[in-house]
Design a protein around this ligand. Sequence first.
Ligand code: NI
Length: 263
Amino acid sequence: MVKQFISNLWLDYSVRLCPSSSNIHHIVGDYGSITTDHFALRTLNLPQINVQSISLLLQNIGYKSKASYIFRKKKLYAEHFEHIDKKLPKIFLSQLNLQDCSKSLQKFCLDKFTKMSFDHTNIDFLFSGKTWDISINDYEKFLKESEYAAWFLAHGFGANHFTISVNALNKIKSLSELNEILIQNKIIMNKNGGLIKGSEALGLEQSSTLADHVQVQFSDGFFYIPGGFYEFSQRYKSIDSGRIFNGFIEASADKIFESTNRL
Ligand code: NI
């Protein structure tokens, strides 16, 4: 069941949100087997869809919340989840704290979501896309306030990114080596906060592509906007515990969120 969920989520992401993922696989696949370190989901802190309610669904398929993260400036809260089967990807689940947002964004979301019903027995809603309407004007308006809000309202539920584990690529020694290969292959990377976020000392280095521009149906037509992106991570043993660091670094994740910014 958990494998079926991940494979369906991947299918939605690779077709709808990040079509360049097949090209990335083509490039990276030459250097070892592609293993997902984690994938990321975005939501809002409304009772029926917040991190707490989605975590119940994740628990049903064997995931446990391991740590929480706060991004004050972006008004986000996140938790990461790990599966009892350590070979399965971690999940980075974040939510926008609407109470910190403008009245007009709060009202828009309350109007859209309070009357909607989400089937909480069915985890498939996490890749159900957008089941509500939004106009391009509202998208542009909310984009000025919160890139995260605009992204979620335009794309709905689905993976924002998947992350390839560099540790699992047997022909690559470092994330910077992989970045070089991607750049040589004309992949556009997110340079906000530097190409590599984090460090060996922190236990985690990450880099990511800039989001694909994908066509989205708005209530008044089709428009191209940033969709999903691909991330790459290298994890290191923590000096204290001697074990591989499995968490996330707030300062790095803060910059990774900006992979969906418009150029
Ligand atoms: Ni990530």
